[in-house]
Write a protein that binds this ligand. Structure first.
Ligand SMILES: CC(C)(COP(=O)(O)OP(=O)(O)OC[C@H]1O[C@@H](n2cnc3c(N)ncnc32)[C@H](O)[C@@H]1OP(=O)(O)O)[C@@H](O)C(=O)NCCC(=O)NCCS
Length: 181
């Protein structure tokens, strides 16, 4: 579905939230490689981001044309800052009440309330779609994200120990969180 452009201010910063455009595919791939290198809290290492322009156009198109999935980009003073999205946990009747959320911002655009703003708007859209719960996975040690999700009403509902193994041999857990409407 399309997220029509919305404008906000956070302090001195001008924020625009909107759906991704298909001609922004390469920008989204470059962003993913950068943010995956800036933090250990995302799914993969930057060298494992292998999406082609074609893959990314497909991703943007399928979300924009879907009636229950959405990708929302944020721009700060005109510059791309990151995105968040939701997808359905499945198309079966048993799973289609569950929305799965992802979010990542470039490090330079974190820490001033943008993540909260984006998630508040995303959660409203998830409710509007008729989902009964929103779900996400956060890595142990990502205290900022955990705090943000808790303050939005998400509750921890389980953990997978040592779900992630890093190149230096250390591990982190996956923490599952759910927000029931
Ligand atoms: C996680 C992320 C989306 C949060 O967005 P953000 O814009 O930085 O977050 P906000 O500024 O809106 O809010 C962060 C909250 O955490 C709090 N916080 C910051 N550091 C914290 C810490 N170390 N421990 C606990 N809380 C912390 C802030 O005070 C704020 O809470 P408040 O609104 O009650 O004051 C963003 O930092 C990001 O993209 N990080 C890198 C990728 C990532 O981790 N993605 C999430 C994967 S699950």
């Amino acid at each position: 579905m399309i997220f029509n452009e919305e404008k906000y201010t956070l302090g001195e910063r001008n924020i625009v939230l909107r759906s991704a455009h298909e001609d922004e595919a390469d920008m989204l791939i470059d962003y993913l490689k950068t943010v995956c290198g800036e933090t250990n809290f995302l799914l993969v290492n930057p060298d494992e981001v292998k999406y082609t322009t074609e893959d990314e156009v497909k991703f943007i198109k399928s979300h924009n044309e879907s009636d229950n999935e959405l990708v929302m980009c944020a721009f700060v003073d005109g510059a791309y800052a990151g995105n968040c999205s939701f997808t359905s946990r499945g198309s079966s009747r048993r799973a289609r009440h569950r929305a799965d959320i992802g979010i990542a911002l470039f490090r330079k655009y974190t820490g001033f309330g943008l993540g909260r703003l984006m998630l508040e708007r995303l959660i409203q859209k998830i409710k509007d779609c008729g989902y009964e719960q929103a779900e996400l996975t956060v890595v142990s040690g990502n205290d900022k994200a955990y705090h943000l999700y808790e303050s939005l009403g998400f509750k921890e509902c389980g953990r997978m120990p040592n779900a992630n193994k890093y190149d230096d041999g250390t591990y982190s857990d996956d923490i599952y969180m759910v927000l029931k409407f």
